[in-house]
Design a protein around this ligand. Structure first.
Ligand code: NAG
Ligand code: NAG
Ligand code: NAG
Ligand code: NAG
Length: 430
């Protein structure tokens, strides 16, 4: 009904004013083509071929055909399942000195000095002892032997920003203890860091791509760019390094939060033909996420591979938000927030909505690791001032420690070990 009425109205407008409507369509195609940085003539050719297919697809969507249940499908890497109906991301933090942490800061040499809080003088250790307890079930306990066995002959890769790097390192810390010194290695090549467990022929890797798509912040070392520009349609420069990976874990959020509109580049960073347009952050984020999903749809074998996406990592820069002192932040915070409904201003609900919307339309399963709410509670878990500093501190900073507290990143061991427990649960017990 709907589609026939819309097509008749469009054909009548064609009759009235064929030229201008053609122009509008044409300029829209150019706009999209430039935005996506794809082969332009190819898009032009395919546009007319695809529009019919697209309409069919949309009609099917409208008929609300139920998707086949996940349970009927073979999920690669599954060895068991989580209790039906249990949302492992809904629960509470339980103080558990006996079972947490799962490793000690000093026995994991892979933690970058920006995340080793104790060695940089953090006086309290409570942040290490919280265990996540879902309301409806218990998380499977993390078994490093099982995980390494499952990764035998495989590649697993985290792709994203420094928060994903933190989760990557946390996973290495959870695994490395059972591997003898001579049978493991960690090396960095530009944007790619590779941990190898030789006896398992397994590699666990991290690839720096803070926007997933191409951007001017892609240098793995020098990327503190204030004026960020992204190319939302362009992913292959990065994605060529993800091809053939068995388990992918993406994230991207922090770098989008500039507080301003996003700058989108049409054309390439190298050429002279540069045009930059501005776009609402959520719209730009949607384009990048869709580009990532499109790549996944084309390159992932759902019978062999798994793809995960970790949701927004919250920050705690304003203590007023949780009823703290008027001008404080995460500095000197030693306990989690108790209010189960707490949601600070740092995690955009709009972005969460975009994630939901884009993934619900994906043609291949992408498993969300929804860490946002449970991390919102953890104002105590940031590195604060207890980390290696990029540059020497000024006397003014030293006199006022909260002025240089890092309320973005997380101490290890700590919160991000839980993110990996959740990843472990979704990977092996979906
Ligand atoms: C961990 O997994 C291995 C390999 O599947 C298994 O042999 C072992 O019993 C498990 N350990 C625990 C504590 O469950
Ligand atoms: C080691 O793993 C890689 C994939 O990471 C695979 O291509 C290769 O065949 C494996 N080698 C052996 C000897 O199993
Ligand atoms: C840290 O918090 C405690 C209360 O929890 C307070 O007594 C102390 O003055 C605070 N320290 C600083 C440096 O703000
Ligand atoms: C993630 O969890 C939060 C809180 O439970 C929820 O509001 C949000 O909708 C979830 N996100 C997605 C994409 O399902």
């Amino acid at each position: 009904m709907k589609s026939s009425s819309s097509s008749s109205s469009s054909s009548s407008s064609h009759r009235k004013c064929p030229f201008s409507s053609y122009l509008i369509t044409f300029s829209f195609i150019i706009f999209v083509a430039i935005l996506y940085g794809e082969d332009f003539s190819c898009i032009l050719r395919q546009h007319f071929l695809q529009s019919q297919q697209l309409e069919d697809f949309e009609q099917q969507q409208q008929q609300n055909i139920p998707k086949p249940k996940e349970k009927d499908e073979v999920v690669p890497f599954a060895v068991g399942e989580t209790a039906r109906g249990c949302n492992i991301f809904e629960g509470e933090w339980v103080y558990d000195e006996e079972r947490r942490p799962q490793y000690e800061e000093k026995e994991c040499p892979y933690i970058q000095p920006q995340l080793t809080c104790l060695v940089h003088g953090r006086p309290d250790t409570g942040y290490q002892h919280w265990r996540w307890q879902p309301h409806g079930c218990s998380l499977p306990s993390f078994n490093a032997t099982l995980m390494l066995e499952m990764l035998r002959g495989k590649r697993m890769m985290f792709v994203g920003d420094s928060l994903n790097r933190g989760q990557y390192v946390s996973l290495i810390c959870l695994l490395h203890r059972i591997i003898p010194e001579s049978a493991k290695s960690m090396e960095t090549f530009d944007s790619l860091t590779v941990f190898k467990a030789k006896d398992y022929n397994a590699s666990i890797e991290f690839y720096w791509a803070p926007f997933l798509v191409e951007s001017n912040s892609d240098n793995a070392v020098i990327h503190r760019v204030a004026d960020r520009i992204v190319r939302t349609g362009s992913i292959n420069k990065h994605a060529q390094h993800w091809k053939g990976v068995d388990i992918l874990v993406f994230n991207s959020y922090l770098w989008w939060m500039t507080g301003m509109k996003m700058k989108i580049l049409r054309g390439s960073f190298e050429g002279d033909m540069k045009e930059i347009l501005e776009m609402e952050t959520e719209d730009a984020y949607r384009l990048a996420l869709k580009r990532m999903v499109k790549w996944v749809e084309k390159n992932i074998d759902t019978h062999k591979n798994r793809v995960f996406f970790t949701s927004m990592s919250p920050t705690h820069t304003t203590s007023k938000e949780w009823g703290g002192e008027p001008d404080g932040n995460c500095y000197n915070q030693t306990t989690p927030i108790k209010d189960p409904t707490y949601w600070g201003s740092s995690s955009s609900k709009g972005i969460m909505q975009v994630i939901k919307e884009v993934f619900s339309k994906a043609k291949v399963p992408i498993t969300l690791i929804n860490i946002t709410q449970l991390s919102e509670y953890r104002k105590d878990a940031h590195t604060q001032i207890y980390k290696k500093q990029w540059s020497p501190l000024t006397p003014e900073q030293l006199a006022n420690p909260k002025s240089y507290a890092d309320c973005v990143h997380w101490c290890l061991p700590g919160l991000q070990d839980t993110w990996n427990e959740l990843l472990y649960a979704k990977l092996f017990f979906p």
